[in-house]
Design a protein around this ligand. Structure first.
Ligand code: FES
Ligand code: FES
Length: 166
């Protein structure tokens, strides 16, 4: 009979400890054990990017990551991105502000994953070309916006960050 096992990880800069089922997904631990429901479950099979988080700085789909694989790792969720921006600028990150300004969020299901992916892209590539932008968000699906407003938002965020924004 499977038993829960102890799992320590660092989530949004804070050391956390949970007891997780051996086959739990990182997505489940974040949402159910830690209450971080900003990370969404869309497809549950690695196709949509709604569950995207940063794992030791790398963009991953948390529905595909066994929670125990994240033992000792640093996880950043959408809550952590907002907290970091809040501490720095009293609000949302430049990417989040731009999604609002450009209409890049409609139903919102894809938005946390899109924002995490966009933050990851802009860390690696502060002024992405259109091709780099499309490649950077290629793992994130949106049923609502047609993507143009999302791409506008990331371009605007890149410009804002270049100008000294969050
Ligand atoms: S829910 Fe993880 S990729 Fe779709
Ligand atoms: S805003 Fe609805 S799926 Fe993207």
């Amino acid at each position: 009979v499977a038993e829960k096992v102890r799992l320590e990880l660092v989530v949004n800069g804070a050391r956390r400890e949970v007891r997780a089922w051996p086959m739990a997904r990182l997505l489940d631990v974040l949402r159910e054990d830690l209450g971080l429901t900003g990370t969404k479950e869309g497809c549950g099979e690695g196709e949509c990017g709604a569950c995207a988080v940063l794992l030791d700085g790398l963009l991953v789909n948390s529905c595909l990551v066994p929670a125990l694989q994240a033992r000792g790792a640093a996880v950043t969720t959408i809550e952590g991105i907002a907290e970091r921006a809040g501490r720095a600028a009293g609000g949302l990150s430049a990417v989040q502000e731009a999604f609002l300004a450009c209409g890049g969020a409609q139903c919102g299901m894809c938005t946390p994953g899109m924002v995490v992916a966009a933050e990851s892209l802009l860390e690696r590539c502060p002024r992405p070309s259109d091709a780099e932008l499309r490649a950077g968000l290629a793992g994130n699906l949106c049923r609502c916006t047609g993507y143009a407003k999302i791409f506008d938002a990331v371009r605007e965020a890149a410009a804002a960050r270049a100008g000294g924004g969050a």
